[in-house]
Design a protein around this ligand. Structure first.
Ligand SMILES: C[S@@+](CC[C@H](N)C(=O)[O-])C[C@H]1O[C@@H](n2cnc3c(N)ncnc32)[C@H](O)[C@@H]1O
Length: 282
C-alpha cells in the first residue's frame, strides 16, 4: 500500500479536513476497499475510488457501503465504484486466511486486535463456544494461537456457515474448530449444555437476550464469558464504567464477576462497542 500517494491524490480535489476524515474511514478487506461517502462527497465517489485503485496496489475493487449493518445476519449493502467487481475475497489476519463475501456475510477487519486478545486468554485444553461466529474469525484465531481442545463455532447465516467450513479447511484446523449452522440458543440447548470453559458472544444486539444460554453452555464448575454490548456515553471512559454495571451479580445459578473490560471500538459519535471478560462461578 502507498498511503502517502493516496493522501496527495485526494488533496488535489478535496479540502484537507475531508481528506483526513476520509482516510480514517477506509476499510480494506482482502483485495477490496470499502468506503463510506457522506452526502457532500457523494459526487466525488468515482474519483476517490480511482485514487484508491491507483495508490493501493493490492486493491482490486472499491465498494461504497450504502446501508448500515442490518438484519439478523448483520449485513451491509454495497455499490461498486471502481475496479473489477465481485464481493468475495480472502483476508489475511494473525496468520489465518478468512474467505468471505462482504455482501453476504458479516466481516470486520476492525476486530483484529480483539480476536488476538481473546485468543491469548484461552488456556490449553479449553472447550470454547463461539455463539455468533460469522465466517469463523475468532474461532480460527483462537485455534491458531492457543491450544483449545475444541471450538464450537455457531452461526445462523447459511452463507457464513459455508465460508466458515471453507476457512476451517483453508487453515487446516478441522477437528479443532467445529462449524455449526443454527440459532445459538437452540444449538446450545440441544447439544452444548454444560460443555464450555469459555463462551464468546460477539453480537452486541443479542447479548442480553442470549446471556442465559451462554451460561447454559458453561461447565457446571463455571468459566469465562466474553460479553459484547453497544453503549451510548459522552466519553469512552464513561462507557466503560457503565459496562461494569451492566450484568446482574447472579444469574442462572452462576455468580458473575466482570474481571476486565475494554472499549473495542467507537461505532459512532458517543457510541461505543465494549467487551466484558466475565468470570462465572457456581
Ligand atoms: C457481528 S457478527 C460476528 C462476527 C464474527 N464474530 C467475526 O469476528 O467476524 C454476528 C454474527 O451472528 C450471526 N447470528 C445472528 N443471530 C444469530 C443467532 N441467533 N445464532 C447464531 N448466530 C447468529 C450473524 O449471522 C453474524 O454472522
Amino acid at each position: 500500500m502507498r498511503r502517502k500517494g493516496f493522501k496527495e491524490k485526494l488533496k488535489a480535489f478535496l479540502p484537507e479536513a475531508e481528506v483526513e476524515r476520509f482516510r480514517s474511514s477506509l476499510e480494506i478487506v482482502g483485495d477490496l476497499a470499502i468506503i463510506k461517502l457522506p452526502p457532500e462527497l457523494e459526487s466525488w465517489g468515482s474519483r476517490i475510488a480511482e485514487a484508491i485503485l491507483q495508490t493501493h496496489r493490492n486493491v482490486r475493487a472499491v465498494y461504497q457501503q450504502i446501508t448500515p449493518v442490518q438484519g439478523d445476519f448483520r449485513l451491509r449493502g454495497f455499490r461498486l465504484l471502481a475496479g473489477e467487481g465481485g464481493t468475495e475475497t480472502i483476508h489475511r489476519e494473525h496468520g489465518c486466511l478468512f474467505k468471505t463475501d462482504i455482501a453476504e456475510t458479516y466481516f470486520s477487519p476492525r476486530l483484529q486486535y480483539e480476536r488476538l486478545r481473546v485468543a491469548r486468554l484461552v488456556q490449553p485444553g479449553e472447550v470454547v463456544v463461539n455463539m455468533f461466529a460469522g465466517v469463523g474469525c475468532f474461532s480460527l484465531v483462537i485455534a491458531r494461537h492457543a491450544r483449545p481442545s475444541k471450538v464450537y463455532s455457531i452461526d445462523l447465516n447459511p452463507k457464513a456457515y459455508h465460508y466458515m467450513r471453507e476457512n476451517i479447511l483453508l487453515n487446516k484446523l478441522a477437528g479443532i474448530v467445529e462449524p455449526i449452522l443454527g440459532d445459538a440458543k437452540s444449538v446450545i440447548l440441544e447439544r452444548l449444555r454444560g460443555k464450555a470453559d469459555r463462551v464468546l458472544m460477539p453480537l452486541p444486539e443479542k447479548a442480553r437476550e442470549y446471556l442465559p444460554y451462554a451460561l447454559e453452555a458453561l461447565k457446571p464448575a463455571g468459566g469465562w464469558l466474553h460479553y459484547y454490548e453497544f453503549l451510548h456515553a459522552g466519553r469512552a471512559r464513561e462507557a466503560l464504567s457503565q459496562a461494569f454495571k451492566l450484568l446482574p451479580e447472579n444469574l442462572h445459578g452462576f455468580r458473575l464477576k466482570p474481571e476486565a473490560g475494554r472499549i473495542v471500538r467507537s461505532v459512532g459519535p458517543g457510541w461505543y462497542q465494549v467487551v466484558l471478560d466475565v468470570e462465572a462461578k457456581p
